[in-house]
Design a protein around this ligand. Structure first.
Ligand code: C2E
Ligand code: MG
Ligand code: MG
Length: 653
């Protein structure tokens, strides 16, 4: 056996450079090892990738075998290596094409018979030519000196490889828009590096570079494309929300029909608090395992969005997901009973979205996944997207971005004022300023809908500025003394309280409109003081120091903490409507009575919101409440009507 491989070029014998092939094997083994260590063995793309690495490794061995066996007595080994090399070299090119379909989530395209033929036929030609080679000797021939010599038809192999490469290149160009540049470059690198290597080998046949170039490209793919750490949610070990969004973008870019079962755990926060993080995440994990069992016959992927949403994306639209929904619901409930026997139960809501029939836009699918549970009756546990789409709430939710931007640029907001009645003084002494939005397309939109949306989209500050400016202007136009009014209540959102220059803004408005600070009372919520940091703390102090007062809004809705309430510089506590509604039960009545008593004892003034009937009004008056705000007296009114209302009811001539 020869120790060094030689090549005959233009009559000269040249020593072949095999170092690159030697290096290929450790590189591929490292890639394989890393892939297995990162547990990337599930799913079609991962499996194809592992197969490509293993076959490339074997192929490099064949490549080296061919070089070493050239001229050796072992004719059989040379034949095996030659046939093995040509079979695998082209086979991996086909597998890479399949890998591209799997990684870009366009596997469903292979359902098309034409595409199947287009991919398989050239390789079938290669196999046929190899199969008949012992008779034809046109691809390669093993000479009498036991040297593998190229046949005249070998060029066909190169032409077919080039054909696959061009096809893959075009497909990658098509997929560029949803792949992300790093992934795209890594996937492209296999084609580019292979091309460079083939060119180098064409001009310098003694350098065996092709397999090495291939291995470097596979390393890049492993590093940049298959990144489990980017895809997995660190807490639960399931595919993450980010992975879901990326998948959704791919689905939409490639128009792959899918079904998505969104599972929303509406009481996730309560369960998380009750079970603690570790038990909650292990519950979610075991639910995911059961889901794997339930749908083991179909191809799907499960994603988890912390802490309350699961998305099950089914590749098939033929599969009747609805039929298994009850089983899905039951397993979610049963798993909780196994984990915790105290009786706490999840409240899952399931929505099936069919793409593209139900929704075609990425934003709409995301919004529906977050909102659907609020758009169906509370007791309903299952719905189809088609039942919800088209309702006004959904239209507003999915167009919120454009609605808010339109409203901000056109200033289509308006301030309304809801009168607040003083039980002791038997007249209206203040009012709450409440913003209204009348959209050109969707009509009236409740602030309970658009304020949280504006907060989450970072658009609340311009809205807050509008509110402040309007209220100061309104106050400057009113004759408070004559109307019998003392102050106007203005809602401040957390984001506003976080603005470093909030006290300066207020000072400027105060000077511009000549408004005395005791004419305004700012409302904050528990979320504001839960987020209390240095900025909010300093802002509240600075504003209080200027002479403004604060009230705590919506008391009784969150985890109201009386100790915290007593420590904050709050003048007024506003009791939420939900507590008023509960007054028709003995427990609700006891809670209200004791809350009022406690607040009075720590010297807070009390406004009770949401009073609609005379009966609770009388009961609250008997409890010694200070102020009442509710539809019983008046709904929020536009400025003019509000002034008219106050004049009439406060007896102003
Ligand atoms: P909020 O600050 O708790 O305001 C009280 C809400 O209760 C108002 O709803 C008011 O119309 C409603 N309400 C008052 N009495 C009754 C009643 O007897 N029955 C019923 N069913 N409802 C009653 P609105 O105007 O829809 O505002 C909802 C929420 O939107 C407000 O709750 C507040 O959190 C937010 N919001 C409204 N205007 C502004 C604003 O200018 N700035 C900020 N940051 N938030 C605002
Ligand atoms: Mg309020
Ligand atoms: Mg309130």
């Amino acid at each position: 056996m020869t120790q060094t491989a030689v090549i005959r070029v233009k009559g000269y014998q040249m020593e072949k450079i095999l170092y690159f092939d030697y290096c290929t094997i450790p590189v591929l083994i490292i890639v394989l090892f890393a892939t297995l260590m990162r547990k990337m063995t599930k799913g079609l793309a991962n499996r194809l990738f592992i197969t490509i690495i293993i076959l490339s490794c074997i192929n490099t061995v064949f490549d080296l075998g061919m070089e070493f066996m050239n001229g050796d007595d072992e004719n059989v080994i040379l034949s095996v290596c030659s046939y093995g090399y040509y079979t695998l070299r082209n086979g991996t090119v086909v597998l890479y094409a399949l890998f591209l379909f799997a990684i870009t989530r366009t596997w469903y395209r292979l359902k098309s018979a034409a595409l199947k033929v287009a991919i398989a036929a050239p390789y079938a030609v290669i196999l046929l030519l190899l199969f008949t080679n012992p008779l034809t000797n046109k691809i390669f021939v093993i000479s009498e000196e036991n040297v593998c010599e190229r046949g005249e038809w070998l060029i066909i192999f190169y032409a077919i490889t080039a054909l696959y490469a061009v096809g893959e290149l075009l497909y990658l160009v098509y997929c560029k828009r949803f792949l992300g540049i790093d992934k795209w470059v890594a996937l492209m690198s296999l084609l580019v590096l292979s091309f460079i290597a083939v060119m180098v080998q064409l001009f310098y046949p003694q350098i065996l570079l092709e397999m090495f170039a291939n291995s470097i490209a596979l390393l890049l793919v492993a590093l940049l494309v298959l990144r489990p750490e980017e895809m997995l949610s660190s807490t639960v070990g399931l595919l993450s929300w980010k992975a879901y969004k990326m998948e959704l973008k791919k689905i939409i870019a490639t128009k792959q029909p899918v079904q998505i079962a969104v599972v929303r755990f509406v009481n996730a926060y309560e369960i998380l608090t009750y079970l603690g993080e570790d038990r909650y995440y292990s519950y979610m994990h075991s639910v995911a395992e059961q889901v794997n069992q339930l749908y083991k016959k179909v191809y799907f992927e499960l994603y988890f969005e912390h802490p309350d949403n699961m998305y099950i994306v089914f590749d098939s639209t033929d599969y009747q997901v609805e039929e298994e929904t009850q089983k899905l619901y039951d397993l979610i409930m049963d798993k909780m009973k196994e984990i915790d026997s105290s009786g706490i139960l999840p409240e899952p809501r399931i929505c099936i979205i069919r793409y593209p029939e139900d929704l075609e836009r990425y934003e709409d699918i995301v919004v529906l996944g977050h909102k659907f549970h609020g758009l169906i009756p509370y007791e309903q546990t299952f719905c189809r997207a088609s039942d919800i789409i088209g309702t006004k709430d959904f239209e507003i939710g999915s167009n919120m971005d454009s609605i808010l931007n339109r409203a901000i640029t056109r200033q289509s907001f308006e301030m309304y004022y809801q009168p607040i009645y003083s039980i002791k003084e038997k007249k209206f002494v203040s009012a709450e300023a409440l913003i209204r939005l009348n959209d050109l397309e969707h009509g009236f939109i409740s602030p309970a809908v658009f304020i949280p949306a504006a907060e989450s989209k970072g658009l609340i500050l311009p809205i807050g500025d509008f509110v402040l400016e309007s209220v100061y202007r309104f106050i400057s136009e009113l004759d408070f003394e004559r109307l019998g009014l003392k102050y106007i209540e203005v809602n401040l959102s957390v984001a506003q309280c976080l603005q470093k220059d909030l006290p300066q803004k207020i000072e400027q408005l105060e000077k511009k409109y000549q408004v005395s600070p005791d004419r305004i009372n700012f409302e904050i919520t528990e979320t504001t003081y839960e987020n209390i940091g240095d900025v909010i703390h300093e802002n509240l102090q600075a504003i209080t120091a200027r002479g403004y007062s604060f009230s705590l809004d919506d008391y009784g809705t969150g985890y109201s903490n009386i100790q915290r309430v007593s420590r904050l510089p709050l003048k007024i506590i506003k009791i939420d409507k939900t507590m008023v509604d509960d007054m028709d039960t003995p427990d609700g009545m006891t809670i209200m009575r004791n809350t009022v008593r406690m607040m009075k004892e720590i010297k807070k003034e009390l406004v009770v919101e949401g009073v609609e009937q005379a009966e609770p009004l009388e009961q609250l008056a008997a409890m010694n409440c200070d102020y009442i705000q509710g539809f019983y007296f008046s709904r929020p009114l536009p400025q003019k009507e509000f002034v008219k209302f106050i004049m009439e009811h406060n007896g102003v001539m």
